[in-house]
Design a protein around this ligand. Structure first.
Ligand SMILES: [Zn+2]
Length: 265
């Protein structure tokens, strides 16, 4: 398996330098993630396919930078199949005959196959694709080298699920993660263990802020991320809310309108 990285040409405030999609060549040419339909992405894809028709697109999750390109790809290669885990209220944005994927399923790709691994947290429908022979993981947004992963609670992001997904990927012990953002991750265990440590530390900071009497997410953000740039505050707030919801689920915090309170054991 020799996946070819194809940039989606969609830099922006959320996507950073933009997305990577991965073409798995072979008798079943398969693209991992659809990009956003930028003509330069489609041209690069056509160039990499070198005249062979694209067979299918497997989508890691229904965030716009991963799925929006599907209709443009369908227009250019009308026989392509599109596969993802269903997320009903989201998938209607891209009215295509999506083939549903489920955890544990084997999907033939290129000249080999990958295993579908449901890894919710960043998004409820988030999937990774595992190639056991080479211990390679197509990671979607499970990990980004040099950064943490955004858990958008307003889009059904869930920190408890995300931490469980990280544990699941750590247990696979991948040799390499091919991500949707940033550089190839060639030391996944260090990065993934670092994420677990980071979230534990953040949780302690949120608990400390609650103990100090900061009860609203804005005040907790101010407490933890002192001097944060204005444009980054909304993401920091979502991240604090993700922590609070995890604490609530564990019976360690309770919500009273906009205010949050610690439940001391
Ligand atoms: Zn995403």
């Amino acid at each position: 398996m020799h996946p070819i990285p194809l940039h989606a040409f969609n830099p922006g405030p959320i996507t950073g330098a933009g997305n990577w999609t991965w073409l798995i060549p072979g008798h079943l040419p398969t693209l991992v993630d659809a990009g956003t339909g930028d003509p330069r992405h489609l041209d690069a894809l056509a160039g990499a396919l070198n005249g062979t028709p694209l067979a299918q697109v497997i989508v890691t999750h229904g965030h716009t930078d991963h799925a929006t390109g599907a209709p443009a790809i369908a227009e250019r290669w009308p026989d392509v199949r599109f596969l993802k885990m269903p997320w009903a209220e989201r998938d209607v944005k891209w009215p295509l005959p999506w083939t549903p994927l489920a955890d544990g399923q084997q999907v033939p790709v290129g000249d080999t196959s990958v295993t579908v691994i449901h890894t919710p947290g960043h998004a409820p429908d988030h999937l990774c694709f595992w190639h056991a022979e080479t211990r390679t993981l197509f990671g979607g947004d499970i990990a980004v080298q040099g950064s943490t992963v955004w858990i958008p609670t307003s889009l059904q992001g869930d920190l408890t699920d995300y931490l469980a997904s990280l544990e699941r990927i750590i247990a696979l012990s991948p040799a390499c993660i091919l991500p949707a953002h940033g550089a190839v991750i060639d030391d996944p265990q260090t990065l993934l263990h670092g994420y677990l440590t980071h979230r534990r530390e953040r949780e302690q900071q949120v608990l400390a802020a609650l103990r100090d009497g900061d009860s609203e997410p804005d005040a907790i953000v101010e407490h933890i991320y002192r001097g944060l740039k204005e444009r980054l505050i909304p993401m920091a707030k979502e991240s604090v809310i993700a922590q609070l919801q995890k604490l609530e689920r564990e019976g360690r915090a309770r919500r009273d309108g906009e205010a949050w309170h610690i439940i001391d054991a």
